[in-house]
Design a protein around this ligand. Structure first.
Ligand code: XMP
Length: 606
């Protein structure tokens, strides 16, 4: 191999690609490999990282991989599932149990080159069902955990054998919530594997532009420009690779955009000098008709994706450019959450990965220059391409827009499994001095790399932010079937809750658009817009105490790559501001703040 390279074995964890990205950011090339690749493919690497997985090591799941890697004279580290596999392979024990979600404190048992530059206690991020409870004779414990709140955690959170050059970390150093995770990865690749750095973003731009030119040949490209960060950066890199005259841009107003957004998008492309071939279609009515009566979130996504393509194909025909390739600003998380790698569980289908598009990709007719990147990298790339800062740092907005955030319901209470947890919830409520009301709907979340379609719990009462976070993480970890907690911002705790029959209508969309606008304006006024990574506003068809209106949930998060996220505390003045403006909207009778981390919640609801 020309460059020193690290192999990342992808067992389908949500983070396998993120590991590769983190290695690249250290300037070292990383390649994703499948677990059953032949042993010869692994020998040229300077080091191997085994990713996490939705499979359970304790049950021997996913155990049919190329175990001969353990015979190579190449350093290996495993994260989460990989950690458990390494422990097991060398005589340790793995059991089903001892799960941890979210933040934990890693206490280092001894000095080690893997932890060079770190303090004796480090914040790390956990997401596991299985645990290592014993290690083989060649291994030593390098660290153990306690929870962020100080409760006892687990032994063997980090293990290693220097003679074998095999290491295991129960936590995920690749996610940003492991504060010094980058340093741990750097220590592995430089201190333990002895790699020399050779990968750069400039090199990436040159390579991508060459790839675009090779794929497109003498044809032209058609891009759906939403005005979001990803499609805008994709437009600019393609425009620079091919010349603006070979790039046609289409902006579709699908009726699911934020307030006033389409006008701003058209202005933006003017500013970027890409308005030479900019087309606009107002398709709000078409989307509304297609979504009429639909309730299921996955079905909504598929319909929105397919309608996009139909509107785009009609426009292409009208403009006489049907033979053009389709370009998309797809980024890496969009593909992993659709289950695009071999073993990843489908958490949700992204609109740019619906079957029709998959088919076009297989035919080589889709250009996706950002598909290897995460949001932070897209922004860094955008900066290098000369895109203005305010465009790059807008909050990300999902392609299916408010369609994702407008929850629908048939009006029938979904209280599956809630009976069984009622007393447990009451007791936990008492422990945190909060009232805990489980809600008779479910929303998507993610637990130990698997899709979790579970209930939220509404917490009412006055409590400090740290108590609220502790309550949320305890409830989602301990109570089966609960993946989110939201904190009631309305003045009183509701006694009753009932679902309302609700579908996608213009009136509900307008209501959500207005609520979303009020939240955005308030964030700007309170100087929080740039500090919050994303803040979905969600309309939930639940009515409290016959209050004649729906529930608005505000979901402000800190994140870098959307793979993990933590909830953001709002200052009292902002809460007051939102209470006044949102609860005054006709048709709204509830307001709550989502206080769940990801995992176990996702950023969006649906
Ligand atoms: P979740 O909800 O999975 O979201 O935590 C992670 C990030 O992805 C965005 N998102 C989408 N973006 N099409 C998109 O373009 C989609 O279908 C979609 N679903 C989620 C979400 O806004 C967040 O930034």
């Amino acid at each position: 191999m020309e460059h020193d390279t690290i192999a990342v074995i992808d067992f389908g964890g949500q983070y396998a690609h993120l590991i590769a990205t983190k290695v690249r950011r250290q300037g070292v090339l990383a390649e994703i490999r499948q677990p059953e690749d032949p042993i010869e493919t692994f020998s040229p690497y300077k080091g191997i990282i085994i990713s996490g997985s939705p499979s359970l090591s304790s049950h021997g799941e996913a155990s049919g991989y190329t175990k001969a890697i353990y015979d190579l004279d190449v350093p290996i580290v495993g994260f989460c599932f990989g950690h458990q596999e390494i422990a097991k392979h060398y005589g340790g024990t793995v059991v089903h149990g001892g799960r941890e979600w979210g933040r934990a404190n890693l206490h280092l048992s001894q000095e080690h080159s893997l932890f060079k530059g770190l303090g004796p206690v480090e914040q790390v991020w956990m997401s596991h069902y299985d645990s290592v409870t014993g290690i083989g004779a060649d291994f030593q414990e390098l660290g153990y955990t306690a929870t962020a709140e100080g409760a006892e955690g687990h032994r063997y959170a980090a293990i290693g054998s220097d003679s074998l050059k095999r290491y295991g970390l129960q936590f995920h150093p690749e996610v940003d919530d492991t504060i010094h995770g980058d340093q741990i990865i750097a220590n592995f690749i430089f201190e333990i594997c002895g790699c020399r750095p050779s990968w750069t973003m400039e090199g990436f731009i040159d390579e991508e532009q060459a790839k675009i030119r090779a794929q497109v040949g003498d044809r032209s490209v058609f891009l759906l420009a939403s005005g979001g960060v990803d499609s805008t950066v994709a437009a600019v890199i393609i425009g620079q690779a091919l010349g603006p005259e070979r790039l046609q841009l289409l902006h579709i107003d699908n009726g699911l955009m934020r307030k006033d957004e389409s006008r701003q998008v058209l202005e933006l492309f003017g500013e970027l000098g890409l308005d030479e071939n900019l087309h606009f279609v107002d398709a709000g009515d078409t989307f509304l008709r297609a979504l009429h009566g639909v309730i299921d979130p996955e079905e909504k996504r598929n319909i929105i994706g397919e309608t996009f393509i139909r509107v785009f194909q009609d426009a292409a025909k009208r403009l006489g450019i049907e033979t053009h390739l389709l370009a998309q600003g797809t980024i890496y998380p969009d593909t992993i959450e659709t289950g695009a790698t071999k073993r990843a569980d489908t958490i949700k289908t992204h609109h740019n990965r619906i079957p029709l598009i998959q088919q076009m990709i297989a035919e080589g007719n889709v250009v996706e220059p950002l598909v290897e990147l995460y949001k932070v990298e897209v922004r860094e790339l955008g900066e290098r391409l000369g895109i203005p800062h305010h465009v790059l740092w807008r909050h990300p907005f999902p392609g299916p827009g408010l369609g994702v955030r407008l929850l629908c319901n048939d009006g029938v209470a979904d209280d599956t499994g809630l009976d069984a947890v009622e007393s447990q919830l009451r007791e936990l409520g008492r422990r945190f001095e909060l009232e805990a009301l489980p809600l008779p709907i479910r929303s998507v979340g993610v637990k130990a790399d698997l899709r979790a379609y579970e209930h939220p719990v509404l917490l009412s009462g006055n409590a400090s932010w740290s108590t609220l976070l502790e309550a949320a993480s305890t409830i989602t970890a301990d109570v089966p079937g609960i993946n989110r907690c939201i904190w009631n911002l309305a003045p009183t705790a509701p006694r009753t809750v009932r679902p309302l029959a609700a579908t996608v209508t213009r009136e509900r969309l307008d209501l959500l658009r207005e609520a979303d606008h009020l939240v955005t304006e308030a964030l700007i006024r309170h100087d929080l817009y740039d500090k919050v990574w994303q803040c979905p506003t969600v309309l939930v068809p639940l009515e409290f105490d016959e209050g004649a209106g729906e529930l608005v949930v505000v979901r402000p998060v800190h994140s870098q790559r959307a793979m993990t996220a933590s909830p953001v505390e709002f200052p009292g003045a902002l809460v007051e501001d939102l209470r006044k403006s949102i609860l005054a909207l006709p048709g709204i009778s509830g307001l709550a703040l989502d206080i769940t981390s990801k995992p176990p919640g996702t950023i969006e609801w649906e």
